[in-house]
Design a protein around this ligand. Structure first.
Ligand SMILES: [Zn+2]
Length: 264
């Protein structure tokens, strides 16, 4: 089987286990079907996810020019506390920012390598947790806009991590935590404006990833340095493909790379 196209974040579907899809222009691949098969990745060119030009990818699948210009790559994406649409203030495109920022957002705890706090739009649950490779997660607050979620995250960061250690996540050297207890313990640090939105009755969501064999240590595939790679696929966790020889490939981290895939 042959596929060709620009890499984007894999689409997912909750299930036992989670299902992963790679979408190309006229075709898609259910990656779960390829487990235990040989996958060859061949880097062909760059293709910016915004302008489609063959320019080096800077961040988030965009070339440098697009990254600094388009509304969907503003600073408030990575730092929700910088959101200003609720004040009617524009960053790059107020209409776009209102549409994205002024909708229900969730502050959550997810356990991927350790317990961490994060923010996402409500519609991105549980997708966001799957993308991070969390095996368990719970909502803490549901607020009406991104700003409130952002200041809550900032306040909680002093008391819980906000980063995933991707090596620990991929080798699955994780500890089960009682996230309801974590949530109740952290409640005291939620800013006053967000406290009315505290969710006290949610239970943990458990996520099951399609992994036949976890790597013992990991080496990361970088298509800029190694344009061709071939290996037997042993699992998918977060946005990573895990191969038998301990190579891991971050699909999301390779957005904007146009590749050929050969399955045999
Ligand atoms: Zn571009």
């Amino acid at each position: 089987m042959q596929y060709e196209g620009v890499l984007r974040k894999m689409q997912t579907e909750i299930g036992s286990p989670i299902q992963y899809y790679m979408l190309f222009e006229s075709d898609f691949l259910n990656v779960n079907q390829v487990l235990d098969k040989n996958v060859k990745v061949n880097f062909i060119k760059h293709q910016c996810l915004n302008c489609s030009n063959d320019r080096p990818i800077y961040r988030q699948g965009f070339c440098r020019t697009c990254f600094f210009e388009i509304p969907s790559a503003g600073d408030w994406i990575m730092r929700p506390e910088l959101s200003k649409a609720h004040l009617d203030q524009e960053d790059r495109d107020l209409a776009y920012e209102k549409k994205v920022q002024l909708q229900p957002h969730i502050v959550y705890l997810a356990n991927s390598s350790n317990v961490k706090v994060g923010v996402t739009r409500k519609g991105q649950i549980p997708t966001r947790w799957i993308d991070q490779g969390a095996h368990e997660a719970i909502e803490i607050v549901e607020v009406p806009n991104r700003y409130l979620a952002g200041i809550t995250e900032v306040a909680l960061k002093d008391h819980v991590g906000d980063k995933t250690n991707w090596r620990t996540m991929l080798t699955n050297t994780v500890v089960d935590e009682n996230l309801q207890e974590w949530r109740d313990r952290l409640k005291q640090y939620i800013p006053e404006e967000a406290l009315p939105y505290f969710l006290d009755s949610n239970t943990e969501t458990e996520l099951e990833f399609p992994v036949l064999q976890y790597p013992t240590k990991v080496k990361s595939l970088n298509l800029s340095k190694t344009p061709t790679f071939e290996g037997k696929l042993k699992g998918i966790k977060g946005q990573y493909l895990i191969f038998e020889d301990n190579t891991v490939f971050n699909v999301r981290g390779s957005e904007g790379y146009y590749v050929g895939l050969t399955i045999s």
